[in-house]
Ligand binder design. Structure first.
Ligand SMILES: [Zn+2]
Length: 244
């Protein structure tokens, strides 16, 4: 999905994150690009990051709000057992499915679910994957009050740089070159998280490496569970293949 000149006005993206900074560090540049093209973005964050080593609940809420504002996104904190306590159980899957039915996104984003990372990220990946199905199924008990909704695609984003690729997922590189400066500002909204480790540089260098490989300045990688359908071969003209 190379960035296209098409207008995204009227399109909706719903992004799930486990902690207040996950979304911005994982796929913030893609969202800035989508917002610049007119997409309406909703963020659902499943904890306040209250168990994190740095910052506290209210600081992290404020940081997330500031970041959401920068993207023109609506931020929703979901009521869950909280930081380090997320479990992909039925209750939270229904909660996420309800958000999908309520907000009717074209695209749903979730973290990748590889094992070697914060367990909340992994659980969020699993629960959103299931919620995306439950939102679509006509007779899911517990969701009777909301109309079924089928998103066009569920896409996964990497939160940490170790997570390169996952079995069975189809990688998609998105050119984020035009958003790099703004993405830095966006990540810096999470001031409490950027002190001990140069987390911002880590994300930038990841995007730079992917960009060089693709022949652009910077790129982020998303993944789809299956092949995505292009509307015609003409659409593929706006994409490009690997350069290396
Ligand atoms: Zn996190």
């Amino acid at each position: 999905m190379h960035t296209q000149s098409g207008n995204m006005t009227g399109s909706r993206i719903l992004v799930f994150g486990a902690h207040p900074d996950d979304i911005e560090f994982g796929c913030g540049a893609v969202l800035l690009d989508a917002a610049a093209r007119g997409a309406k973005i909703d963020l659902v964050v499943l904890s306040r990051g209250e168990a994190g080593s740095h910052g506290n609940r209210s600081i992290r809420e404020k940081e997330a709000l500031k970041a959401a504002e920068m993207m023109g996104a609506a931020l929703h904190f979901a009521s869950t057992p909280g930081d380090t306590r997320l479990q992909a159980d039925l209750e939270i899957k229904l909660l996420a499915a309800k958000e999908i039915r309520r907000l009717k996104p074209d695209l749903v984003f979730a973290p990748t679910g590889h094992l070697n990372q914060h367990p909340d990220h992994r659980e969020t990946s699993r629960l959103v994957r299931d919620a995306n199905r439950l939102a679509r199924y006509g007779k899911t008990p517990g969701l009777e009050n909301w109309e079924p909704h089928a998103s066009r695609a569920l896409l996964f984003y990497d939160i940490s740089s170790e997570s390169s690729g996952m079995d069975g997922l189809v990688p998609i590189l998105v050119d984020i070159s035009s958003q790099v400066e703004k993405w830095i500002d966006l990540m810096k909204c999470h001031e409490s998280q950027t002190g001990s480790l140069d987390y911002v540089d880590l994300q930038l260098s990841r995007a730079r490496t992917l960009g060089i490989q693709a022949g652009v300045n910077s790129a982020l990688r998303l993944y789809s569970e299956g092949p995505l359908l292009w509307s015609s071969i003409e659409t593929v003209l706006s994409a490009s293949g690997p350069r290396l």
